[in-house]
Design a protein around this ligand. Structure first.
Ligand SMILES: [Zn+2]
Length: 424
């Protein structure tokens, strides 16, 4: 029987789980266990039918055609479609809606405990939706969240985080001071460096960092073995990032054919958004209205960006050599809705469904330099496995119907079956 657990502290969040009890385990805790699946999308575009996935010690040890009865302690996933846990390369787990029904900001009166629990709730919502690894473009307070999840104290996806960000004014903005800022993030334990190289889409998105500044920030990141992820909307800012050797460009609403060709030439990862982030802001204006650039001009700019963003997904998907990766920019209100972006990319952007799934599994893992650890269902990989009602490679909306979630061999969700509490 698989280990299933969640922290009693968060038991309220799991109220949707069934209250029936699970029979006591009948196999040794470290014995190999089998997940039986009618259909497996392996994360690279391959589809396998009637497979047994063998798990041990939190990893996949074998995958083979199902033969004979299911061994003791196995789980039969019936007609579900099984795929690797999804990966979102751009979320903000620390953003949430506060006690006054507004986007949380520093000094809004929320006690630190309230914020910490909101972060944990975002992590749990994300995991329940089938996202087992995320890159949280966050603040310093993402570190305790990441570490509590790693230690198994609270349920959540595997978290990589930037712990903050750089822009053209950081420490005065000289190349040397930007390099020093990168080193400081590394010292703090950042997994990735986040750089703002253009204005927000709500302010027009023009370039803000010079080529020299980007070379300093991205060059220092590379020298320290860290990836650099760059917010860039205008073609000029995105091109500067690619030329400076930055690892990944985010957003790129105004990325044109020249920019895409440069991404392909330089091997720059590209993570444009199709719709979830914009829709979340526009559908819930009262949560954001009046905070910073969330005003009438800002909302109008986002409304205008939607058709460009949708068309941009298709253009990127069709440009040979562009490494199109999945990231939602999930902010307050969007956690747990990450798969809506997959639906947008396929239905509105025209990306083929099977490619969209690869971009959120093996390709996303590769972008995070975790390509040998997660993002595939294959021997040696972490047992990050989810299942959906329906086949998302045929009907992308099935990605919204996740009903089984396992991360590192632990089951966190299995609809229709009970989950035993076993926190520590
Ligand atoms: Zn973001």
């Amino acid at each position: 029987m698989l280990t299933v657990r969640f922290l009693p502290l968060l038991a309220g969040l799991a109220s949707t789980l069934s209250a029936q009890s699970v029979p006591a385990p009948t196999v040794a805790p470290n014995a190999p266990r089998v997940l039986r699946a009618a259909r497996v999308l392996d994360g690279t575009g391959r589809v396998l039918v009637r497979q047994d996935i063998v798990l041990q010690g939190g990893r996949i040890t074998a995958i083979k055609p199902s033969v004979g009865p299911l061994p003791a302690g196995g789980i039969d996933l019936g007609d579900r479609t099984v795929l690797p846990g999804l990966i979102d390369t751009h979320v903000h787990l620390g953003w949430y809606i506060n006690s006054q029904d507004k986007m949380h900001t520093d000094g809004d009166g929320d006690a630190p405990g309230v914020s910490a629990l909101a972060h944990a709730a975002n992590a749990w919502a994300t995991l329940r939706a089938g996202f087992t690894t995320v890159q949280s473009i966050g603040e310093a307070d993402n570190a305790p969240l990441r570490d509590a999840i790693t230690r198994g104290h609270i349920p959540g996806p595997r978290v990589l985080t930037s712990l903050g960000s750089l822009n053209e004014r950081t420490r005065g903005g000289s190349p040397d001071s930007l390099r020093a800022a990168v080193r400081r993030f590394k010292q703090m334990g950042a997994d990735v460096i986040k750089i703002f190289a253009s204005k927000s889409i709500r302010d027009g998105g023009e370039a803000t960092m010079t080529p020299e500044q980007l070379q300093a920030a991205c060059g220092e990141s590379t020298a320290l073995g860290l990836r650099s992820v760059v917010h860039a909307h205008s073609a000029e800012s995105a091109q500067r990032a690619a030329r400076a050797g930055c690892t990944q460009v985010e957003h790129g609403v105004f990325a044109d054919d020249t920019t895409l060709a440069l991404f392909a030439e330089r091997g720059t990862w590209f993570d444009p958004q199709c719709g979830l982030v914009f829709r979340n802001y526009l559908d819930h204006k009262p949560w954001f209205d009046g905070i910073g650039n969330y005003n009438a001009v800002g909302f109008a700019a986002m409304e205008k960006a939607i058709p460009l963003a949708e068309a941009g997904i298709g253009r990127a998907a069709r440009t040979k050599g562009v490494k199109l990766v999945f990231g939602t920019d999930a902010v307050a209100g969007a956690h747990g809705r990450n798969a809506e972006e997959l639906v947008c990319r396929v239905r509105r952007g025209g990306q083929p469904a099977s490619d969209a799934i690869v971009s959120a599994t093996s390709r996303a893992a590769e972008s995070l330099q975790l390509g040998k650890e997660v993002g595939r269902i294959a021997p040696g990989y972490m047992a990050d496995i989810i299942a959906t009602a329906g086949d998302p490679s045929q009907e992308i909306e099935a990605s919204l119907r996740v009903n089984f979630v396992m991360r590192s061999g632990v089951v966190y969700r299995f609809d229709g079956h009970s989950i035993a509490a076993g926190g520590r």
